[in-house]
Design a binder for this molecule. Sequence first.
Ligand code: SF4
Ligand code: SF4
Length: 477
Amino acid sequence: MTHCIGRETSDDYDTVGNRSSTSAEHPEESLRMKESGVRLKKKSSPYGVSVPERKLTAHEPTERAPLPEKAMISLHQNIGAPAQALVKRGDRVLTGQKIADSDKFVSAPVHATISGEITGTTMVVNPPTAQPVEALIITSDGTDEWVELEPVENPEALSTAETLKRIREAGLVGLGGAAFPSHIKLSPPENARIDTIILNGCECEPYATSDHRVMLECGEKVLSGLNIIRRLLSPQCTYIAIEDNKEDAIDHMEDLIVAMGLTKEIKIVPLESKYPMGAERILTKLLLGREVPIGGLPLDVGVVIHNVGTTQAIHEAVVEGKPLIERVVTVTGAVANPKNLLVRFGTPLRNLIDFCGGTVGKANKIILGGPMMGFAQFDLDFPTVKGTNSLLVKEDAPVTEQHCIRCGRCIEICPMRLMPTLLAKCAKAGRYDECKEAYIDNCFECGVCTYACPASIPIVQHIKVAKKELAKRAVKR
Ligand code: SF4
Ligand code: SF4
């Protein structure tokens, strides 16, 4: 049977599911329960790097961003298939109305985020793929009239199928960045043995504070959504992982767990603040001592990980019947008033920057996401999508790539124990098979190697190119 952290009464605690030797390698990290029995001993990490956090908006309560006059709703907001429009030019739509869907297995529907008229289509760029995708334009009627939502009084009475249907119909995708459809992540294959759920409240990217605010402002919903997941997957252990730079969130979640009588079921694991502490592979290894196999998922080792924003949205979908049409976005960096904003998807980036007082200094770069894993964006008329958690405005001086000086820093620092310098060298030379042999599939593009490289080699960019080429070859075969 799986052994949960903090379930013991003696002073000696095991790590969970001892499938590897992590606890033996790092015996000082064995965990202990604290007074409430909820908060476990802080875990430090041998992986990753301390980066300047720059959490400018950590104490800024979330404000609602003005609704856009025109919303551009991308039809491809999940990692799977794009959705097909269910409406046409001239149709009137209500806020929350499903306007696009797909019959493909990995897909999620898309909803109107304002009420108004469909006035056309346009092409926008999907940040992770840099591919153009179609978007529907809704011109607002200024009323924000909603479809009738169908809340349920007792979500516990819903069957698994009914619960998953509500999650799918609400268009839920993982809000931690991957945008993987949530109903699929919550429908593991029958032979999968899920024993652990980890709720990811780390938010290790510099600048980003949206998850932090969600925990502080919507903690009850976060836990309600987590309970829905627990009912679906029946895990033996449930952990909430939060970095120790969010002490107020740790305190608040601990208080809520106690108030909701969940002290036996849910434990909080405070983590040393380090990048990339929130990466699923790192969390799985650090908390449970389990290695996610190359090209695999935490699911392969019995673990399901969800982001705190996702469980909030799961609560809203299942209990309130509310589709995913908005989320908290941190707008930060070189803007006059950095803020956390509740933003309807489809709102142009320009509107958000204007609402934050405009850019300051010599800002010349916009990044969707954080400085480590984010994607540069060149068009301020591009809309926010479900995967947009942060908008970073920066002043960036051009850097010149130099020759590798073989300092080995990238190798020392890579959390996946890869050889980034070798990967970059092979990728640049087009020797993609050698990249494969050097375990490029295990790179999750955290960007730490690029950050640490004194020669300004954009290692992760070279790796991304190689991965794309390898993926193209795999499709041709
Ligand atoms: S090689 Fe990949 S996993 Fe390793 S540090 Fe670089 S980006 Fe991160
Ligand atoms: S950190 Fe940069 S310079 Fe140093 S070994 Fe890696 S690629 Fe070369």
